[in-house]
Ligand binder design. Structure first.
Ligand code: KG4
Ligand code: ZN
Length: 342
């Protein structure tokens, strides 16, 4: 008997993108609709949680309709509804979770809650059909910096984490300090290309006793101190050099820890995930270092690095085929830990 295709309708609303997608068998994207709120949050220099929730409410139904129509499937043909239930902004998450529950109830479909970071990691399954666990994943987003061993589908072991700021947070804060605005990551990435990455020696922090952990707050302070001391001395600093030197400092630490993790665990497959994984400096350095160390490198396309629902559809599929189902009491969990099951 031929195996039936599994179609997941996935919903993502944990931060400032309202997104829905239809994914077939965990790897094939039939539609991936993202309604970004960046324009409105840019006015305030960062995400305003209350505005994010309201915009999700305004847009979510339309985004879901578009996802189904672009995929050319009806709600009846969907096998399960996947939804991000944490971590993220509680009000924003609630919009997706409530909508998913209502759809699951109304259409009598199973409901599968997904961890946002599991979604980011799963974006790699979409872009690399051949990728299968075990592998190491460097997760670098606006809220997280984790080194994870993906032992199997849905089985994660966190072996390194940030002690303070996430990598994306550091990018956003430094961008604000040099007047680039929000969101800072892509702007620093672009400006870096015009600067000299060796112009300023910023610190590469390590955490005593935890060689795979990260700390970015010292680096952020060093950049702010550099800018302030230039201002006090009335010296005009070169923004592109600051951006490039800062980015290099982040990249050096991320790359060396990721390669060390692969060597330590004797796993020769490394993936990258999360918004910061779109950074060209990180990608280029990892391609080079992985080649040197005989490690296979995997990265999602840019659109699948930043928040989207296709990645949630992929993660939901692997949970679904394992038999994971959530009830109508599924709630938003803003501080949900990776690997935690509720
Ligand atoms: O994964 P994501 O979309 O949202 C979270 O789950 O946090 O990541 C957003 C983060 C922001 O901090 C943004 O500045 C950063 O990813 N980012 C980048 C780049 N594109 C997005 N950071 C560095 N370089 C980029 N090209
Ligand atoms: Zn994210």
């Amino acid at each position: 008997m031929e195996k039936k295709d599994i179609l997941i309708l996935a919903i993502e609303s944990s931060c400032d993108e309202t997104a829905a997608a239809v994914v077939k068998n965990g790897r094939e994207v039939l539609s991936n609709i993202i309604s970004s709120q960046i324009d409105i949050h840019t006015l305030y220099g960062g995400v305003v949680p209350e505005i994010a929730s309201r915009k999700h409410v305004e847009r979510i139904n339309q985004v879901i309709k578009e996802a189904l129509s672009e995929a050319k499937v009806s709600l009846e043909e969907i096998d399960a509804i996947g939804v991000t239930y944490g971590p993220g902004l509680v009000g924003a998450l609630l919009v997706g979770v409530s909508t998913a529950k209502a759809l699951a109830f109304g259409a009598e479909k199973p409901l599968v809650g997904v961890h946002h970071i599991e979604g980011h990691i799963s974006a790699n399954y979409i872009c690399h059909n051949e990728l299968e666990p075990p592998f190491i994943c460097l997760v670098v987003s606006g809220g997280h910096t984790h080194l994870v061993v993906v032992n199997d589908y849905g089985e994660y072991e966190v072996i390194g984490r940030t002690r303070d700021d996430a990598a994306g947070e550091a990018f956003d804060k430094v961008a604000r300090a040099i007047g680039l605005g929000y969101p800072g990551g892509p702007k620093i990435d672009k400006l870096s290309k015009e600067g000299n990455m060796n112009a300023i020696e910023f610190p590469r922090a390590s955490v005593a006793g935890a060689p795979l952990d990260f700390s970015f707050s010292g680096l952020k302070s060093a950049v702010l101190n550099y800018i302030n001391s230039c201002k006090m001395k009335d010296i005009e600093y070169n923004k592109a050099d600051v951006a490039a030197s800062f980015q290099k400092a982040v990249v050096d630490v991320l790359v060396s820890h990721a390669i060390n993790a692969c060597n330590e665990r004797k796993i020769n497959k490394l993936a990258i995930a999360g918004g910061v994984a779109a950074n060209t400096g990180i990608r280029n350095a990892l391609v080079e270092e992985c080649k040197r160390s005989n490690i296979q490198f995997f990265s999602p396309s840019n659109i699948l690095c930043t928040d989207n629902a296709a990645m949630i559809g992929s993660a939901a599929y692997y949970e679904y085929i394992k038999g994971v189902r959530h009830g109508y009491d599924l709630n938003a969990v803003p501080g949900l830990k990776l690997g935690e099951r509720l």
